[in-house]
Design a protein around this ligand. Structure first.
Ligand SMILES: [Zn+2]
Length: 95
């Protein structure tokens, strides 16, 4: 049994390590978002601070004017962040 496990590890360790690293990064992000949750502005606050960011296609990043990406945060709601300049824009609390 251990032998076949070793063969499996031999063949797929690159893949397994890759997925584990990805899972770790996602988990860390969730943790960071949850911890800093109240430090993110709400959607209303963000739009009040950057009135030009509400466009017909949705809210855009204040820095680079590109469309924000949505990331769900377990137990908290959703966070809108800019994938281009890697900045967090605002939070939407869970209803
Ligand atoms: Zn941006």
């Amino acid at each position: 049994m251990w032998n076949s496990l070793l063969v499996f590890w031999d063949q797929y360790h690159g893949l397994i390590i890759g997925f584990a690293a990805l899972a770790l990064v996602l988990l860390f992000n969730q943790f960071a978002y949850r911890r800093r949750w109240t430090s993110y502005p709400s959607r209303e606050d963000y739009l009040a601070a950057h009135p030009g960011c509400a466009t017909a296609e949705g809210v855009v990043c204040a820095t680079c004017r590109r469309k924000a990406l949505v990331a769900p945060v377990a137990g908290r709601g959703r966070i809108y962040r800019c994938g281009w300049c890697d900045s967090e824009l605002y939070r939407v609390d869970k209803a």
